[in-house]
Design a protein around this ligand. Sequence first.
Ligand code: 5RP
Length: 236
Amino acid sequence: MERCDPRVAASRGALSLLEELGLSSGIIGLGTGSTVTAFIGEARRYLGKFKGVVASSLDTALRAAGAGLRVLDPRVYRGVDVYVDGADEVELRSGAMVKGGGGALLGEKIMARASSLNVFIVGADKVVEVLGARRPVPLDVEPLYLSMTVRVLESMGFKAKLRSGAPGKRGPVVSDWGGVIVDVETGPISDPAALERELELVPGVRASGIFTGLADYVVVGYDDCGWRVFKFARRG
Ligand code: 5RP
């Protein structure tokens, strides 16, 4: 039996879905991470049909430019026609996700909200029964009052930890958008939408890694090279 990297299988599935939907013009938004990198590799010719790419991070912008694609300034465009991104955890019951493993959650969330169609691509290992049981939820936090924001989060009962240990950088991980990445341990999340709201109401939190109501489609890739497409009713 043929074996595949599940991220490549999901990328092929997304490409076939987007072609089926007849989407190959306008502006495409791209998230960040190894699955998006696989998508750029698999879909390079297809991506070239778009007017250009708006990237959610410098990493993706450089990869897209390296693939010969035209990279557009995110400050200028009011939205994208389609947005493709990965995720760290996905709950297939609702399409809710945890994102931000690559620290790019702020740009990712803004673009997913301002996109006409969102397709998330994941390997099967990212599918979970309940979000939050395996890994913390990333937050992009205003740096100036960082310690006060962390204290408020702790007073709400969360264990909050500044992300650090990025190769070549001492101290906290600072996002491309100037925020400090704070990982909060939530434990299993019974109501992702409520927790997303609660976290984003904390002054100083610019975005939480909980993404609810934003998926139109989730494409899950498997190591036998197959994929499955899941459709959701988008709310945001
Ligand atoms: C980056 C993200 C990524 O989509 C998420 O971390 C998944 O990454 P990968 O495709 O490398 O597993 O949210 O901020």
